[in-house]
Write a protein that binds this ligand. Structure first.
Ligand SMILES: *Cc1c(COP(=O)(O)O)cnc(C)c1O
Length: 226
């Protein structure tokens, strides 16, 4: 990807985000995370030079490789993938800005234990399976508020910052919208408990997600397209 393409891709996304967020309010700020899982470190650097500052990966090993290769750039790194228990220590050592994919109480408690042992803290989002798809990770919507509170109570080394969802994997926009609304409703209930981020929306549905209240989008293919 050359600089011109990177700038064009980023500008297109920023313009669409701007349109969508203003439909909510002038003060509705949306953070854009570039998901670089199918892209090279050089493409990440090109996008950094075009102005993008936050990136995310879905595998601990890939996150490590990109972070190390680009350590001279002040990039904010996110982890968005399924976290296997045997990778927890590696992820903690990388010290990412935000782990968006905490998908069970069990995983949270395991993560907390390892954070305690290392005397470290980590920012995280609770992933919600708001589309009820069995191919997806995350807690069920009806249990989400309770599990969020349990993590707050039992995991002092995890700083919970909100929720993350992947929109329904269907064509029907109404179904996708319903899945976003489900997550937004849970987020609203959790704001009094310190939730700051409602992370939802990817390349195909980020405008819809923002109009449903998302304040963090994760875009991969449209940002990195050639
Ligand atoms: C891959 C991925 C994305 C980005 O997907 P695109 O459709 O390429 O924008 C966002 N969130 C998560 C959790 C992902 O794994």
């Amino acid at each position: 990807m050359n600089k011109q393409t990177a700038t064009k891709n980023l500008d297109e996304i920023i313009t669409k985000v701007e349109g969508a967020r203003l439909r909510i309010s002038e003060h509705h700020i949306v953070k854009i995370i570039g998901i670089s899982k199918y892209s090279s470190k050089d493409d990440v650097e090109t996008l950094y030079n075009a102005g993008q500052r936050a990136f995310g990966e879905n595998k601990v090993q890939d996150l490590k490789e990109k972070m190390e290769a680009l350590e001279n750039l002040p990039i904010e790194w996110h982890f968005v993938g399924t976290l296997q228990k045997n990778k927890i220590n590696n992820l903690i050592d990388l010290n990412p800005t935000l782990v968006q994919s905490l998908d069970s109480l069990d995983l949270a408690q395991e993560l907390n234990k390892k954070l305690e042992a290392k005397n470290k803290k980590l920012n995280a989002l609770l992933q919600i399976n708001s589309a009820y798809e069995n191919t997806k990770s995350g807690v069920m919507p009806e249990n989400a508020v309770e599990i969020y509170k349990q993590i707050l109570e039992t995991c002092p080394n995890i700083r919970l910052k909100g929720v993350m969802s992947i929109g329904a994997h269907v064509e029907d926009e109404k179904v996708i919208k319903d899945s976003f609304k489900t997550t937004k409703k849970i987020y609203d209930e959790l704001v009094p408990f310190g939730a700051k981020y409602c992370s939802m929306g990817m390349s195909s549905d980020y405008e819809l997600a923002i109009t449903c209240g998302s304040n963090m989008i994760r875009v991969g293919s449209t940002l990195f397209k050639d």
